[in-house]
Design a protein around this ligand. Sequence first.
Ligand code: EPU
Length: 337
Amino acid sequence: MKTNVNLQPYNSFGFSATAKYFVEINGLDDLRKLIDTPEFKKEKHLILSGGNNILFTNDIFDGIVILMNNKGVEVIHEDEEDAIVRAQAGEDWPKFVKQMVARGLYGVENLAHIPGKVGAAPVQNIGAYGMELKDSFLQCEAMDLTTGQTRIFTNEACRFGYRESIFKHELKGQYIITSVDFQLSKQSTLKLEYGNIKAYLAEHSIEQPTLQQLHDAICAIRDAKLPDVKQIGSAGSFFKNPVIEAAQFETLQKQYPSIPHYDEPENRVKVPAGWLIEQAGWKGWRNEHVGVYENQALVLVHYGGGKGLDIVELANKIQNSVNEKFGIQISPEVNFV
Ligand code: EPU
């Protein structure tokens, strides 16, 4: 276990924070050993995966940071139609998606190019371009951090929702996901309806894309809209898209006829937070250290030299201004530590 480690390289916002203790996990044995240490019994802990959805708001993390780095991808069952693939939690997510696409396995291609690691993907049920992790998630293995026992969580047991799962709520900090099994298909099941996929394909004269072409199109669409975290600090979408009552939406639509929206169950409507933030005048806003990304208002960025609290302050101002203009409360999808 290392002490006093700067977490700047381990969070995509690129904020500095010092971890009192820091431990890298390369397999289940490492985890079991950690659980038995006196430090683990005494200190609080933080599970860190790719650090792509986290905002450090303090200079110090007064506890143990556990970095998941266990690797391995294997096909554990295969027949003519399907394959079940097991990926260890520390595998790089975009690399995993690329591998599945190269093998001709369908089910995760629209989630291409999302930065992060496999083990974090179920925690917030990552989603993009009409697909969510839960659509191909079969089950995961997770270790109980008090007993060291592993347990299997089925899709249902994870209680997935929009950017939600049991691991973000009831079981937060209690279990650590060690591997994930995906149910993938060998049959073509491309999802092309969402957002600008169709426009991109038309522009590039691709009528019936292959799996690889769709994967590459999604990477290109993301590159055009979202900042490269190697160059500009960010955590992807900072806020969740709010879901409001249909009646409230209809009133808004009268005032703003072009408001984009997606119908949700139970007479509710999802409205893109990026649109609300842009209409409230924030897109491209910046000060010396932080700002609102110029190509996608849902993304808050750190240009360098700032602190997590600068982002908190900006996020509060944006929330207040969206609330004043539209009467909608938007909430962060990023985890504050
Ligand atoms: N929009 C604006 N202005 C903006 C941004 C968006 O008017 O600055 C409008 C767009 O024109 C479009 C609508 O809002 O009509 C939706 O925009 P987009 O398709 O870019 O998606 P999003 O709803 O802003 C969500 C996810 C993204 C995911 C994309 C694509 C959330 C919180 N975000 O964003 O996920 O990549 O859809 O499916 O659900 C992430 O979670 O980190 C993330 C990037």
